[in-house]
Design a protein around this ligand. Structure first.
Ligand SMILES: *[C@@H]1O[C@H](CO)[C@@H](O)[C@H](O)[C@H]1NC(C)=O
Ligand SMILES: *[C@@H]1O[C@H](CO)[C@@H](O)[C@H](O)[C@H]1NC(C)=O
Ligand SMILES: *[C@@H]1O[C@H](CO)[C@@H](O)[C@H](O)[C@H]1NC(C)=O
Ligand SMILES: *[C@@H]1O[C@H](CO)[C@@H](O)[C@H](O)[C@H]1NC(C)=O
Ligand SMILES: CC(=O)N[C@H]1CO[C@H](CO)[C@@H](O)[C@@H]1O
Length: 954
C-alpha cells in the first residue's frame, strides 16, 4: 500500500495536467495594481531628520493626580512640519497604574485620556519612576526605583508630534537584547540593526518585511554581568502604520498618526513582563475547546466532498489521528463566501459527509474570506444574496469619491468589505454565518485575507461591476502554465531523478510562457516615481502620507494590495482605513467570534485568522500564514511561535510541511514531528503542488504515528497549559531564555524551545543529517534532563552544546527533572483519548522531588458547571495528588512511572480518598533508574481524580 503512495507523492507536479484548468472569464490587467512608486524614508538620504529640524516641547502646568500627574506640552519653537503638521498644544498624562505598570500618554490637548487603573498605585508604591526635564526640551526617563536602572530614556532626543508623524526615541544599552514586535519572520532575538514595519500585508512570509500582525510591544532583557538578569517591557498602543528602527544605540519609534500611549512594564523576569502585558494591558488569551488540540488537515485543492472523504479515510487507514478536516476556497461557489459550489460541494452531499464525520468524533472547519463578492448588476443570474443583504444594511466600507461602496478585487472578482466599525457590520456577519450554518454545520471558522487583501489599487470596480466575475490580475497556482516546480533544499540529492525532471518541466513552462502573450505571474508596473509628498498645512494626505513607511510591495505605496487608506467607514466620524487598516484583521476575527456565539450559544468559539493586532488572542488563534516548503521556513516557525506566545495568541501553528511549493518526504517528516509540539497543529498546502498528507510516504506516516501518539498522550498537559495561559498569562511554548532567565548563553536560542515548564524540544532543522545539537540549561545548578523515550538522564556538561542522535523519524524530547506530567493513553480522536486510562510520568529532580498540575473541565463551555484541579507532588518517596473541584473524568489511574529511582522500594502503601488500599495487585518493577507502578486501575474505578491519592514508597 505504501509503495504505491510513495510513488504518487514523489511524482513531480504535472505540467500537462495543469494546463487545462484556466478559468474562462475576463482576467483583469496587471496594471490595476499599479501605484506610484515611492522611496521609503529609511532608505531616502534626502528625507528630513526630524531630530535635527523639530523643536520639541516644553512642559508646564503640572497638576498632581491621585496616581501621577498631568502637564501641558507646548511646541518649543517654530513648527518643523517634517512629515505633517505639528500639533502645538498637547497633554501629558503620567499614571502609575499598577505597581509594575506605568502609563505615559501624550495626546492633543483637546482630547481626553481614557485610562484603566488598579486605583491604588502612586509614585510612592510603584516599581518604576518617571523623571523629566525641560532642558533643552521636554524629555523623560523611566527607571527602576529599586536599582535606579534606566529602562527607557528620551534624553538627548526631541519628541515629535504631528498629525501624520510621531517620533520618539530611547537610548539603548550596547548589544541590547529585545524580543517581540510581532509579527515578523526573523530570529527570536531581533538584533541591533532591523526596521520593523507595521502595515498589515498579504505578502507571504517575507524575512524582515511587513506581514499580517501588528503587536507594538517589545521585551528587553539585560544580563547584568552574571548577576540576576532584569527584563522590562514597552508597549506602544497605536494601530497606525508605523516603524520601529532598531539601531546600535537607540530604538526609534515612528507612526503616521494617532498619539503616544505607552505602557512600561517592570518585570523583572521575562515571564513577569509577559504576564503584566497580557494580564494587565491587552487581556488574557481565550480558552480553546479540547478538540482543537487534535491534528488538523487542510489543503487548497481538495476538489469535492468525495476527495475530502478519501483524505479522512487515508488517515484512518494509515492509523494516524485526524481530528479535523478543513476546506480552503475550493468548496465555494466561484469563491463567494457563505456558498457551496453546486457541482463539487453540493449542500446535501456535504450534510451527509459531515454527519458521518461527526459521528466518528471528528470535526470540520471551512475558510471564510474577508471580501464579499459584488455581483454583476446587468446579469440577473449572477445574483449573490449576501451582498444584497449587506448592502441593504449599509454594512460595507465606502469609496469617499462617490459615497458608494468601495469596490476592490479579490478571488471572486470585484468585491466589497464589511464595515465592522458599525453595529450593522456585526449584524450582517452574524446573520450570514448563522444562515450558512443551517446548510453546512461547521465547527469553527478560518478567516483569511484579513489584511485586508485586495488585488487592485483603489476602488477599481467602481463603474466596472458589469464585467464581473473578473479573474484576479495574475495567474493562480494551477492556472494555465503556472505549475510550481520548487522543492526543498537537498531534494536534488535525496530524489535526484525527480529533481531533474522538475527542472526540465520548469524550463518547458518558462519557454511556453515566453511564447504566449499571457501575463506573467505577479509583476505589476508602477505609473510614476516620486520620493514623498510635502505636508499640506491643515490637511492630511491619507493615500500618500509624507512619511513613507517601508511597505514591502513594489513601489512601497500604502495603496498596494489592500483597501485604500482613504476608504471610509459608516460611523459618525467617517473614520478612514488610514486609521483602521491594521485593525481590520482583529475586527473580522472579533465579529466571527461573536457570530459563533450566536451559532453555538455558550460554547467557546474556534476562530483561526490571519491578520491580528495586540489583544487578538482574546478572540482568535492564528496560523503563521503563507510559508514555504523550505528548511528555513520550518526554522523560522519557532521564533514566530515564540512571538505569539508573548503577544498573547498561544493558539498558534504554521502550515506544517510548508504551504507554497512542493514539500518532500524528509522535510515533511521533520516538520510533522516539530509541529506536534505547537498548540495549533495543521498540515496545509497550496493548489497545484504535490499532496502532502502525512500518510503519503511510509516514512512520514511512521514518524507521524510516533509523534502523534506522544501529542495525544500529552493532551491533558497541553490543555492545562492553555488553562494557565487563559487564567494567569503563563506561556504555552517557551523560550529557553524565559525559563532560565539568568543564563546569558540562551539569549539567542530559537532552534529549541520548551513546551510548558517540563518538556524541551530539540528538532532537526536541516536536511541530510542524523544528529542534532542542543543545549540543556540549568545543569550547573543540578537540573536533570530525561530522554522522553528511554527515561534515562542525559549525560551532559554545563554549557555543553550536546550532540544527540536524531535519525529521520526521531525528534528529541527531554523531560525536566522535577516534573510530573499527567498523561492519557492516546486514542484515535481527542474524545476517545479523554476516555482512556490515566497515567502519571514523574521525573525526579536531584533532590528526589517533582511537581505538576492538571486542569479538567468539559472542554467546550464558556462557563463551566464543574471543573477540577489536581496538584501533583512528589517528595520523601511519596506521590500526592490533591484534588479540588467536582468535574468528573471517568477513566481510572492505571499506572505511574517514576524516572530517577535507583532501587526497587521494599514496600508501598496507597490511600485513595483517605481510604487505605490493599496493594497486592499492584506491580512494582524497577530497572534502569525507572520505577514502573502498574495495576492501579482497580482502586479508582469511579475515576482517577475522585479523591486525593497518596502513594508512599519505603
Ligand atoms: C530622577 O530624579 C531624581 C530626583 O528627582 C533623582 O534623584 C534620580 O537620580 C533621577 N533618576 C534618574 C534615573 O535620572
Ligand atoms: C544594517 O543592515 C543594513 C541592511 O541590511 C546593512 O546594509 C548594514 O550594513 C547594517 N549595518 C550594520 C552596522 O551592520
Ligand atoms: C539612532 O542611531 C542611529 C545609528 O547610530 C543614528 O543614525 C540615529 O540618528 C539615532 N537616532 C536617534 C533618534 O537618536
Ligand atoms: C472528485 O474529484 C476527483 C479529483 O478531481 C475526481 O476524480 C472525481 O471524479 C470527483 N468526484 C466527484 C463525485 O465529483
Ligand atoms: C486622569 C484620569 O482620567 N483618571 C481617571 C482614570 O480612571 C479612574 C477610574 O475610572 C478615574 O477615577 C480617574 O479620574
Amino acid at each position: 500500500m505504501f509503495n504505491s503512495l510513495l510513488l504518487a507523492a514523489c511524482a513531480v507536479a504535472s505540467f500537462a495536467e495543469a494546463q487545462s484548468t484556466f478559468r474562462a472569464i475576463p482576467t483583469l490587467s496587471a496594471s490595476v495594481d499599479a501605484a506610484p512608486s515611492l522611496v521609503p524614508a529609511i532608505l531616502d538620504p534626502t528625507a528630513p531628520n526630524a531630530q535635527d529640524v523639530c523643536p520639541g516641547y516644553k512642559a508646564s502646568g503640572v497638576v498632581q493626580t491621585s496616581q501621577g500627574f498631568t502637564a501641558d506640552l507646548t511646541l518649543a519653537g517654530a513648527p518643523c512640519n517634517a512629515y505633517g503638521n505639528d500639533i502645538v498644544d498637547l497633554t501629558l498624562a503620567v499614571e502609575y497604574q499598577a505597581k509594575q505598570r506605568l502609563s505615559v500618554k501624550i495626546f492633543p490637548k483637546h482630547l481626553v485620556a481614557s485610562n484603566y487603573t488598579n486605583g491604588s498605585t502612586t509614585a510612592a508604591t510603584s516599581d518604576l519612576k518617571f523623571n523629566w526635564t525641560n532642558t533643552p526640551s521636554f524629555q523623560f526617563q523611566v527607571s527602576r526605583v529599586a536599582s535606579g536602572e534606566v529602562i527607557f530614556s528620551t534624553y538627548g532626543k526631541v519628541i515629535v508630534f504631528e498629525d501624520q508623524f510621531l517620533e520618539m526615541a530611547t537610548s539603548m544599552v550596547p548589544n541590547y537584547n529585545i524580543y517581540g514586535l510581532a509579527e515578523n519572520i526573523h530570529q527570536f532575538r531581533l538584533g541591533n540593526n532591523l526596521t520593523r514595519t507595521f502595515w498589515a500585508a498579504d505578502s507571504g512570509n517575507p524575512i524582515d518585511g511587513n506581514l499580517y500582525g501588528t503587536h507594538p510591544m517589545y521585551l528587553e532583557t539585560r544580563y547584568n554581568n552574571g548577576s540576576a538578569s532584569s527584563s522590562h517591557g514597552v508597549y506602544a498602543r497605536n494601530a497606525h502604520g508605523q516603524e520601529w528602527l532598531l539601531r546600535s544605540d537607540n530604538v526609534t519609534y515612528r507612526t503616521i498618526g494617532g498619539s503616544y500611549d505607552l505602557y512600561f512594564l517592570s518585570g523583572p523576569t521575562p515571564k513577569e513582563v509577559i504576564r503584566q502585558y497580557q494580564g494587565g494591558v491587552v487581556g488574557l488569551p481565550q480558552m480553546q475547546m479540547y478538540w482543537t488540540f487534535g491534528f488538523h488537515q487542510c489543503r487548497w485543492g481538495y476538489e469535492n466532498w468525495t476527495v475530502l472523504q478519501e483524505i479522512v479515510d487515508g488517515y484512518a487507514n494509515a492509523g494516524i489521528q485526524l481530528e479535523t478536516i478543513w476546506t480552503d476556497i475550493d468548496y465555494m461557489d466561484q469563491y463567494r463566501d457563505f456558498t457551496n459550489g453546486a457541482m463539487n460541494f453540493p449542500v446535501p452531499a456535504g450534510q451527509a459527509f459531515l454527519a458521518e464525520l461527526y459521528a466518528a468524533g471528528q470535526h470540520y472547519v471551512p475558510i471564510v474570506d474577508s471580501n464579499i463578492y459584488a455581483p454583476n448588476p446587468t446579469n440577473g443570474s449572477d445574483s449573490y444574496e449576501p451582498f444584497q443583504r449587506g448592502a441593504a444594511l449599509s454594512a460595507f466600507i465606502r469609496n469617499p469619491d462617490d459615497g458608494d461602496f468601495y469596490y476592490g478585487d479579490n478571488w471572486p472578482g470585484y468585491s466589497v468589505w464589511t464595515d465592522f466599525l458599525v453595529p450593522q457590520g456585526q449584524q450582517f456577519w452574524t446573520e450570514e454565518l448563522v444562515k450558512w450554518y443551517g446548510d453546512i454545520p461547521y465547527d469553527g471558522i478560518w478567516i483569511d485575507l484579513s489584511e485586508a487583501s485586495s488585488f487592485c489599487v483603489g476602488s477599481c470596480g467602481t463603474g466596472h461591476l458589469q464585467e464581473n466575475p473578473v479573474h484576479p490580475p495574475f495567474r493562480l497556482p494551477g492556472d494555465f502554465n503556472n505549475v510550481d516546480f520548487n522543492y526543498p533544499e537537498a531534494f536534488n540529492i535525496t530524489n535526484a531523478t525527480e529533481a531533474a525532471s522538475a527542472v526540465a518541466a520548469s524550463s518547458s513552462q518558462v519557454a511556453a510562457n515566453s511564447a504566449t502573450a499571457l501575463p506573467a505571474a505577479t509583476t505589476t508596473s508602477s505609473s510614476a516615481t516620486f520620493m514623498r509628498t510635502k505636508p499640506t498645512p491643515g490637511v492630511r494626505n491619507l493615500d500618500f502620507p509624507p512619511y513613507v513607511i517601508n511597505n514591502l510591495f513594489e513601489g512601497h505605496s500604502l495603496l498596494k494590495n489592500t483597501i485604500a487608506p482613504n476608504a471610509t467607514h459608516n460611523d459618525a466620524l467617517n473614520t478612514t482605513e488610514y486609521e483602521m487598516h491594521n485593525l481590520f484583521g482583529h475586527q473580522i476575527a472579533n465579529a466571527t467570534y461573536h457570530a459563533l456565539l450566536s451559532v453555538f450559544p455558550g460554547r467557546r468559539p474556534f476562530v483561526i485568522s490571519r491578520s491580528n493586532f495586540a489583544g487578538s488572542g482574546n478572540i482568535t488563534g492564528h496560523w503563521g500564514g503563507d510559508n514555504t516548503s523550505k528548511w528555513g521556513s520550518m526554522y523560522f516557525s519557532i521564533a514566530q511561535a515564540l512571538q505569539f506566545m508573548m503577544a498573547g495568541i498561544p493558539m498558534f501553528g504554521v502550515d506544517t510541511c510548508g504551504f507554497a511549493g512542493n514539500t518532500d518526504a524528509e522535510l515533511c517528516n521533520r516538520w510533522m514531528q516539530l509541529s506536534a509540539f505547537f498548540p495549533f497543529y495543521r498540515n496545509h498546502n497550496v493548489f497545484a503542488s504535490i499532496p502532502q498528507e502525512a500518510y503519503r510516504w511510509s516514512s512520514v506516516a511512521a514518524a507521524t504515528r510516533t509523534v502523534m501518539n506522544i501529542r495525544y498522550s500529552l493532551l491533558p498537559y497541553m490543555y492545562t497549559l492553555f488553562y494557565e495561559a487563559h487564567t494567569s498569562a503563563e506561556t504555552v511554548m517557551r523560550a529557553l531564555a524565559w525559563e532560565f532567565p539568568n543564563d546569558a548563553q540562551l539569549l539567542n536560542v530559537d532552534n529549541q524551545f520548551m513546551l510548558g515548564p517540563s518538556l524541551l524540544i530539540t528538532p532537526v532543522l536541516e536536511p541530510l543529517v542524523t544528529s542534532v545539537k542542543g543545549v540543556f540549561p540549568g545543569v550547573a545548578d543540578g537540573v536533570v534532563w530525561y530522554d522522553w523515550y528511554t527515561l534515562q538522564p542525559l549525560q551532559v556538561a554545563a554549557g555543553e552544546n550536546k550532540t544527540l542522535d536524531a535519525p529521520l523519524g526521531h525528534i528529541n524530547v527531554h523531560v525536566k527533572g522535577g516534573s510530573i506530567l499527567p498523561l492519557q493513553a492516546p486514542g484515535n480522536t481527542t474524545a476517545t483519548s479523554r476516555n482512556n486510562p490515566w497515567s502519571l510520568l514523574v521525573a525526579l529532580d536531584n533532590k528526589g522531588q517533582a511537581a505538576g498540575s492538571l486542569y479538567l473541565d468539559d472542554g467546550v463551555s464558556l462557563v463551566q458547571n464543574a471543573t477540577k484541579n489536581v496538584q501533583l507532588s512528589y517528595a520523601n518517596n511519596k506521590l500526592t495528588a490533591s484534588v479540588t473541584g467536582s468535574y468528573h473524568s471517568a477513566p481510572a489511574l492505571a499506572n505511574v512511572t517514576i524516572a530517577g529511582v535507583s532501587a526497587l522500594p521494599a514496600a508501598m502503601t496507597l490511600t485513595v480518598a483517605g481510604q487505605p488500599c490493599e496493594t497486592g495487585v499492584i506491580q512494582l518493577v524497577q530497572g534502569g533508574g525507572v520505577l514502573y507502578v502498574t495495576g492501579l486501575e482497580t482502586f479508582t474505578t469511579a475515576g482517577a481524580w475522585e479523591g486525593d491519592i497518596e502513594m508512599q514508597f519505603s
